[in-house]
Ligand binder design. Structure first.
Ligand code: EPU
Length: 333
């Protein structure tokens, strides 16, 4: 059975199951434990952050749990529980329409709600952890339900407990968001204020719909549409280096983009890759996107290994030039 993935890589799994409720998931799990007990199990979302190196010799699970449930409302905030199979961007659009704010900057990020909570998706100065209240999941081993409060999710930059120690152990079923009823645009990310001005909008009277549209336009200009050219968004994480390392590089490259992060200085992997000469370059059927060097694309017919080969070549050159080890953001399967 074909596995959906935005890199457009042709891969199959031994079996694929979807479920639309907790009960259905438990039923599916009992079938899997009976019929496929010795095969590995992989839970996917829309496959927008996965790189398959070969066919998957196991069983793939996917959530189709729908539903947007307003759990609590005060004059300032709402708590909304969303099914893990809902499309994240569709929920954001709906939330804005309902007057629930906080996720505008995450507009157009591909993927499902469950995967967003696993990956701690982020863009333009907002991470989904900023609006998550709690996450519910079901153990793939025994079907028991578990709830993690936001501070138990181990969130960091593109990081969570679900990607680390709990990887492969739970299916995320529902995510509760705490959203504000008062729109406060977050425009501190480099270039956002300028983009708002260039769109002829005013920072003072900006609406959430307008901000969403600005973000959508930036993403469309920089990031290739996976339907046209296979890709998984940013392929690498932006590296976080020590202050000393950043200063050393800045003395050589004063124009290098850099940002303060919790545990050091964050550099722009796209800039490093561009400086290393890779922007727009190809290696066989795999290429570096010509408008955003952090994105690797499938030019057509690439295998996971073709993409991996390009990834290794870039890593080597960036390391030789800057002494920085780039880490993939995408999960290799
Ligand atoms: N840059 C270059 N050359 C490039 C790409 C970027 O010089 O080819 C420079 C830009 O000029 C800018 C800096 O690098 O000064 C940052 O670029 P950009 O704003 O495009 O963002 P990014 O750091 O490359 C990150 C996220 C994106 C997210 C954007 C906006 C990661 C790994 N990526 O990219 O997330 O949309 O910021 O917040 O953190 C994703 O995770 O899939 C993703 C697309």
């Amino acid at each position: 059975m074909k596995i959906e993935n935005t890199f457009g890589i042709d891969v199959e799994a031994r079996a694929l199951f979807t479920y639309d409720s907790e009960e259905a998931l438990r039923e599916v799990l009992s079938i899997i434990h009976e019929q496929y007990a010795d095969l590995p199990l992989l839970h996917i979302g829309c496959g927008s952050n996965l790189l398959f190196l070969s066919d998957y010799k196991g069983v793939v699970l996917k959530s189709n749990i729908q539903g947007i449930n307003l759990k609590e409302e005060t004059k300032d905030e709402v708590l909304v529980e969303v099914g893990s199979g809902e499309i994240c961007d569709e929920f954001i659009a709906q939330a804005i329409q309902n007057g629930w704010f906080g996720m505008e900057n995450l507009s157009l990020i591909p993927g499902q709600i469950g995967a967003a909570a696993v990956q701690n998706i982020g863009a333009y100065g907002v991470e989904v952890q900023d609006v998550i209240e709690e996450v519910k999941g079901i153990s793939l081993k025994d079907g028991s339900e578990h709830l993690w409060k936001q501070n138990e999710c181990g969130y960091g930059y593109r990081q969570s407990i679900f990607k680390e120690e709990l990887w492969g152990k739970y299916a995320i079923t529902r995510v509760t968001f705490r959203l504000s009823k008062h729109f406060e645009p977050k425009l501190q990310y480099g270039g956002l204020i300028k983009a708002v001005e260039q769109a002829g909008l005013s920072e003072q009277n900006l609406t959430a719909e307008q901000l969403r549209q600005v973000i959508i336009d930036i993403r469309k200009a920089k990031l290739p549409d996976p339907k046209e050219q296979g890709n998984a968004g940013s392929f690498f994480k932006n590296p976080i280096v020590s202050k000393e390392k950043a200063e050393q590089l800045l003395s050589q490259y004063p124009q290098m983009p850099h940002y303060n992060a919790e545990n050091g200085i964050k550099l722009a992997a796209g800039w490093l890759i561009e400086q290393a000469g890779w922007k727009g370059k190809s290696l066989g059927p795999a290429a570096v996107h010509d408008r955003q060097a952090l994105v690797l694309v499938n030019k057509g017919g690439a295998s996971g290994h073709d993409i991996q080969r390009l990834c290794e070549a870039i890593k080597k050159d960036v390391y030789e030039r800057f002494g920085i080890n780039l880490e993939p953001e995408v999960n290799f399967i």
